[in-house]
Ligand binder design. Structure first.
Ligand code: NAD
Ligand code: WQD
Length: 337
């Protein structure tokens, strides 16, 4: 298939491009590089020995999209492009709604005009809000606790409305849990701007000596060691989930929703220990107050994805930490430039 990947230069997008190329698909990426570097794509090409097409462009620019769809015949779109920092979304809600909602609307309009009606959307476990129980399955009620999460929820609803109006669309909503790790080559990985917001890149930068110590946000949660529990999933497993979803959209019309998680929860301190083990480096930490908006425990029921699209995570916490460490230690400042 010829697949258009929006946001393909980013963390999850670059790993997905690699898996698609290795499976024989043709790939075109559109990305405005607002949170990424074209170097990730060059490295994907070097790793696979295959080339992809890259268009530097913004989903807010409708002309870019029209010219893309006019010049290529895409079979499907995987839509990663968006802003993703929860705290920043609280400070800049309009920028988040403009980028994540208007960007998606522009994309859907362009797809509709071109008659390309096959899309996989990067949703998030954040759409479950504050669930009452775990594991979370796809039928759990949805809610949002911040503008980022609301943008994901609204896009999910937009796509549901679209299916009601036109049943020829094929839509897969993939709800990612906590993606971590890197490709095992250590050549591509997560390259956050400035001080990381998320746990794993923060731990990795402490281990490599760029940051002094981790602040553990809360040690009084009702969990086995008092720290927050999450469903960390290796980014390569996550990327492979998109291939399974792509195959499925080809076979099953309609709208489908899948959690992409492992079904296992690990605490913040579990991850600190696993990273120390994998890296052989100490990860000093201090206990700090809870981070506003955090929930105690979050992990997926991944059964639906296994039963319907034959996907399940294969890599454990050891591989997540080993690969994150290889990437971090071999690229301490991320991609060059
Ligand atoms: P990322 O920031 O690394 O990748 C997103 C890419 O989109 C970047 O390359 C960025 O330059 C590009 N982009 C942003 N706005 C754009 C626009 N208007 N036009 C063109 N390109 C644009 O993030 P990621 O971690 O790879 O996440 C990919 C998707 O998965 C996002 O939609 C994110 O919300 C979602 N998601 C991420 C996580 C996570 O923890 N990483 C969890 C759940 C869902
Ligand atoms: C994990 C745990 C923190 C940093 C976020 C988004 C979610 C999804 C995935 C996009 C929590 C603790 C963290 C630190 C810490 N993204 N922590 N010290 O919050 O589960 O999910 O990313 O859709 O929407 O909210 O991930 O990595 O930020 O935090 O103690 O410096 O690590 O309190 O318990 P989170 P995270």
């Amino acid at each position: 298939m010829h697949v258009l990947i929006t946001g393909g230069a980013g963390y999850i997008g670059s790993h997905t491009c690699l898996e698609l190329l290795e499976s024989g698909h043709q790939v075109t990426v559109v990305d405005n590089l607002s949170n990424s570097s074209e170097e990730s794509l060059r490295r994907v090409e070097a790793l696979t020995g295959k080339s992809l097409a890259f268009v530097k462009g913004d989903l807010l620019d409708e002309a870019v999209l029209d010219s893309l769809f006019a010049s290529h015949r895409f079979d499907a779109v995987i839509h990663f492009a968006g802003l993703k920092a929860v705290g920043e979304s609280v400070e800049m809600p309009l920028a988040y709604y403009q980028n994540n909602l208007t960007g998606t609307l522009n994309l859907l309009h362009a797809m509709d005009r071109a008659g390309v009606k096959n899309i996989i959307f990067s949703s998030s476990a954040t759409v479950y809000g504050e669930p009452e129980t775990v594991p979370m399955d796809e039928s759990f009620p949805r809610s949002a606790t911040n503008p980022y999460g609301r943008s994901k929820l609204i896009v999910e609803e937009m796509l549901e409305d679209l299916l009601v109006a036109d049943s020829s669309w094929r839509v897969v909503l993939l709800r990612y849990f906590n993606p971590v790790g890197a490709h095992e080559s250590g050549r591509i990985g997560e390259d956050p701007n400035g001080i990381p917001n998320n746990l794993m890149p923060y731990i990795a930068q402490v281990a490599v000596g760029k940051l002094e110590r981790l602040s553990v946000f809360g040690s009084d949660y009702p969990t086995h060691d008092g720290t927050g529990v999450r469903d960390f999933i290796h980014v390569v497993d996550l990327a492979k989930g998109h291939l399974c979803a792509l195959k499925h959209t080809d076979e099953a019309p309609g709208l489908h929703v899948y959690n992409l998680g492992t079904g296992q929860g690990y605490s913040v301190l579990d991850m600190v220990g696993a990273f120390e083990e994998a890296s052989g480096r100490p990860v000093p930490y201090v206990v700090a107050p809870r981070r506003p908006g955090d929930i105690a425990v979050c992990y997926a029921s991944p059964d639906k994805a296994w039963n319907e699209i034959g996907w399940r995570a294969e890599k454990g916490v050891e591989a997540m930490c080993r690969d994150a460490w290889k990437w971090q230690s071999e690229n301490p400042d991320g991609y060059p430039g």
